[in-house]
Design a protein around this ligand. Structure first.
Ligand code: PLP
Length: 471
């Protein structure tokens, strides 16, 4: 399998060559030259596999320059019942016939990002040990990525993590989860600004080739290809759990921010998984919903980003969306570059109604958005009808999912976080506190470690350089 860039300016690379990279050398994003396809007979075989074997079957096609026995071992040590709460890893919970929750948030930090990042930590350590290399991970988080990355990389040999988070804008639980980590290879930096400013600093550093090379800077943001690949697996897992045979179609509803999760669904569909619809849900930050309803993609300014009660979806533009649009323009890099020249300048583009209709035909996306009151009402509704507590992000997904529900098509809503991560809203909605899994009790009482800094790339680069030079 060889990887190319959406912008067309990178010579084809192997998986290991792109694993540690964020943006491709030409500023685009890496994608496989083509997606492997499963036939109906293949699907029948996959249906019988457990999570680990399913992951191996899918991922060995994308990560084909890792010896199979090594990849198998990395997958087997990642996806354990001890790490993810059950042997199913991503169990399907049926609320009523035809309506399901795919539980993706039973990993160490209680968000779906663990599914990909726990594997990434093991992949990074393996590849670095082979090269005798070192890596300094620079990331930006609005909450869930940061903790998931830190729990994936803590104590890993050859790796440091520098994680930027918007100062004072994460939930108490998220803040405690990240800032209480005492591992010496973890550095928390609270940036005086919003998440997008954190993300822009990461981009600026990534564009500084000299600095990047000198300090061996890598990223674990959702633009990392291996994360997307790891997320493909649970679409298959959820599909098999919700159906009896491979002629059935299902729809997935995905609470979306940076478009990483739903991109994996798109790829699963391109690989031959019988997905009828991919239902994209946003919160008040509806840049993606607007695109799928109008064909108009208008990245917002940082000052336009709403702070919401589903904060992991508070984005101004969706960094993985470029990968989807690359497919949508039939992988024509020149067309893609023209669109993203506008995006990179903070401008909008419009593909027009005809192109949008064609896009919907081919890729089966529908969308909707949700706001605070609807999120709260959905949390109440699901608790009242089914006795199940869902978090605010999952609630956005369920709200939009129910608007697009079709008779006779099983609907799988992705559960992206545990309610305890957003306890204040749950308490407001239900009049009671969400349950806290045993390994997270007392977290908020632990001492915290963080450096508060201005939203200034130069200052932050200086901080990183100092930590890397002193051994
Ligand atoms: C990251 C996150 C999302 C958004 O996922 P994307 O891959 O960025 O679209 C949704 N819900 C939760 C809880 C998250 O942590």
């Amino acid at each position: 399998m060889r990887y190319i860039s959406t912008r067309g300016g990178m010579p084809p690379r192997t998986f290991r060559e792109i694993l540690l990279e964020g943006l491709a050398s030409d500023g685009g994003l890496a994608l496989p030259e083509s997606y492997p396809r499963y036939t109906a007979a293949d699907l029948a075989k996959l249906r019988r596999l457990n999570y680990r074997d399913l992951a191996f079957d899918i991922l060995s096609r994308y990560m084909d320059d890792i010896p199979p026995a090594d990849l198998k071992r990395l997958i087997d040590t990642t996806y354990t019942a001890a790490n993810f709460g059950s042997a199913d890893i991503t169990p399907l919970k049926t609320l009523e016939p035809g309506l399901h929750l795919l539980q993706l948030s039973n990993g160490p930090t209680l968000a779906f990002k663990d599914v990909a990042l726990q594997l990434l930590g093991n992949l990074f350590e393996y590849v670095l040990a082979g090269n005798k290399g070192e890596l300094n991970i620079l990331g930006a988080t609005s909450g869930d990525t940061g903790s998931a990355a830190e729990y994936a990389m803590r104590g890993k040999r050859g790796i440091r993590v520098f994680m930027l988070s918007p100062h004072g804008k994460m939930s108490r639980f998220q803040t405690a989860q990240m800032y209480s980590l005492a591992d010496p290879n973890i550095f928390n930096i609270a940036v005086k600004g919003v998440f997008d400013e954190c993300q822009d600093i990461v981009k600026q550093v990534s564009n500084d080739d000299a600095f990047k090379r000198r300090y061996r800077i890598g990223t674990v943001n959702s633009i990392n290809w291996a994360r997307v690949a790891a997320q493909i697996v649970y679409y298959f897992k959820g599909y098999f759990a919700a159906t009896q045979n491979d002629s059935e179609q299902v729809s997935f509803a995905v609470p979306s921010g940076n478009f990483g999760n739903i991109l994996a669904g798109h790829i699963a569909r391109m690989m031959g998984l019988p997905i009828r619809r991919l239902i994209l849900a946003t919160n008040e930050n509806n840049v993606l919903d607007e695109f799928f309803r109008s064909g108009h993609y208008r990245p917002r300014a940082a000052s336009e980003v709403h702070q919401t009660s589903s904060p992991s979806m508070d984005i101004s533009r969706a960094s993985n969306f470029e990968r989807f649009m690359f497919d949508a323009v039939d992988r024509d890099s020149a067309k893609l570059r023209a669109l993203w020249q506008a995006v990179d300048r903070g401008e909008a583009f419009d593909i027009g109604e005809t192109a949008l209709a064609a896009l919907e035909q081919r890729y089966a996306f529908v969308s909707g958005s949700s706001a605070h009151a609807q999120r709260v009402a959905t949390i109440q509704d699901i608790y009242r009808r089914f006795g199940v507590m869902i978090d605010t992000h999952t609630a956005d997904g369920v709200k939009v999912a129910l608007e697009h529900r079709e008779r006779d098509v099983p609907l799988i809503c992705l559960e992206t976080a545990q309610p305890v991560k957003f306890a204040a809203v749950i308490a407001q909605a239900l009049g009671r506190e969400p349950d806290c899994p045993a390994h997270c009790r007392g977290l908020e009482q632990l001492p915290q470690r963080v450096t508060v800094m201005a939203a200034d790339a130069a200052v932050i680069m200086d901080f990183i350089a100092q930590r890397c030079e002193k051994k």
